[in-house]
Design a binder for this molecule. Structure first.
Ligand code: FAD
Ligand code: DHB
Length: 395
């Protein structure tokens, strides 16, 4: 089998890449290890940055997001028993974020990609990459017990943190920067109306809490936990008691409680692989970089990579130019480092870590007080939170 771009992974990065290439008249083929039902039901991200929202509208997959997503014009930072609002449009020249779940983005993209006539091979196994330095690299995989191979002009390695693409770059050519945090996030979905009109990022001596939302009847909430803890240790009553203790405040505001129907623990790490390319293989999204979830950046960074990669591949076919491809990693990683730093900074400002000295805790409080009292500091947070433009980092 032959195609122009072979894509590994039908996550946000792989699906976006396929659809954006299609709009440029470029053919692709996607292999995905999970089933369609599985990828369309996995609960992950919730926050889409301004540039991501504009992109999804521009490429014709934003209709349901506009109808069913929620535009948020602010977030709240809570500490010392008080909540403080950061007004996003006021500080960023009118920009906001949209709460629209990742699995809904996935549904919209899968529908668009299939309508384009592109094949997504679901449920494949044994995926491996070959001949990356040739002009016809290959992807081998097994489907229904049979070995298959696709040859392509380029491979998009969009297979997330644990996929094979990054590992296909020789280890001596990869510089990997990694940091693992000594905490995780315990996430729940519950049947209750939103406790707040806007997201609340809360720092407390018992650890961080994020109050987010999904629909008028479903809330998404997270609390900082031990990454090695198990959801089985947390009864619903214990979870609500922990939320109440961490969200205690002076103004009588209370979290709305309801039946919990999903629980999970996610690890937190910062990770960047430099380079993001090798021969005809190009990494995009979590396969090349991971952020802790505090800044809501992961999916949005994947979108930034895909914009650059689509442009580079289009330029190759249309103008016979290699420049975009050669410079892909150097260009993409600039926006990635901005998101990485912001996520690390938000994580440190909002989480308490076991065994910390008292001076670190005082620094944290001072930082929070500065962010909510200085327009300059609040603007910096807001500008990063709504998302720097895809083209906004100087070369
Ligand atoms: P993935 O979504 O990981 O997709 C990779 C795909 O490749 C998967 O479908 C996988 O099955 C497939 N694959 C893997 N290995 C193979 C293989 N060997 N063969 C074939 N296919 C393979 N980001 C935000 O921007 N905003 C948020 O609010 C936010 N909140 C989050 C909350 C949670 C709880 C979590 C877990 C993440 C959150 N993120 C958020 C991060 C975001 O979900 C990820 O950054 C995003 O999914 C990355 O997309 P991707 O396409 O690069 O990778
Ligand atoms: C959500 C996740 C995040 O990581 C974040 O910073 C904000 C919201 C969410 O899932 O709603």
């Amino acid at each position: 089998m032959k195609t122009q771009v072979g894509i590994i992974g039908a996550g946000p990065a792989g699906l976006l890449l396929s659809h954006m290439l299609h709009l440029q008249g470029i053919e692709s083929f996607i292999v995905e290890q999970r089933t369609r039902d599985d990828i369309e039901a996995t609960i992950k991200a919730g926050v889409l940055e301004h540039p991501t929202v504009e992109l999804l509208k521009q490429i014709g997959v934003g209709e349901r997001m506009v109808k069913e997503g929620y535009v948020h014009n602010g977030i709240e930072l809570s500490f010392g028993g008080k909540r403080h609002r950061i007004d996003l449009p006021e500080l960023t020249g009118g920009k906001s974020i949209t709460v629209y779940p990742q699995h809904e983005v996935i549904k919209d993209l899968v529908a668009a990609v299939l309508a384009n006539g592109t094949t997504i091979e679901f449920g494949v196994s044994d995926v491996s990459l070959h001949d990356l330095e040739s002009t016809q690299p290959g992807i081998r995989y097994t489907k229904n017990g049979e070995a298959q191979e696709i040859r392509a002009d380029f491979i998009g390695g969009c297979d997330g943190f644990h996929g094979p693409s990054r590992q296909a770059i020789p280890a001596n050519l990869r510089e990997e920067h990694a940091k693992v945090y000594p905490c995780g996030w315990f996430g729940i979905l519950c049947e209750a109306p939103p406790s707040s009109d806007e997201l609340i990022y809360a720092q407390s001596d018992r650890g961080f809490v994020l109050v987010s939302t999904r629909t008028p009847t479903v809330q998404r909430l997270y609390f900082q936990c031990d990454p090695k803890d198990s959801v089985d240790n947390w009864s619903d009553e214990r979870i609500w008691a922990e939320f109440r203790a961490r969200l205690a405040n002076d103004d009588g505001w209370e979290i709305k409680e309801g039946p919990i129907f999903q629980k999970g623990i996610i690890a937190m790490r910062s990770f960047v692989c430099e380079t993001m390319q090798h021969g005809r293989l190009f990494l995009a999204g979590d396969s090349a970089h991971i952020v802790p979830p505090t800044g809501a950046k992961g999916l949005n960074l994947a979108a930034g990579d895909v914009v650059l990669l689509t442009r580079a591949i289009t330029d190759f076919y249309r103008n016979n130019s290699q420049d975009g491809l050669d410079g892909y990693s150097t260009r993409a990683v600039k926006r990635v480092w901005r998101g990485e730093h912001f996520s690390w900074w938000m994580t440190n400002m909002l989480h308490d870590f076991e065994g910390e000295d008292t001076i670190t805790r005082r620094f944290r409080r001072s930082q929070l007080e500065y962010v909510v009292s200085s327009r300059a500091a609040a603007t910096s947070l807001a500008e990063n939170y709504v998302g720097v433009p895809f083209e906004g980092i100087t070369e």
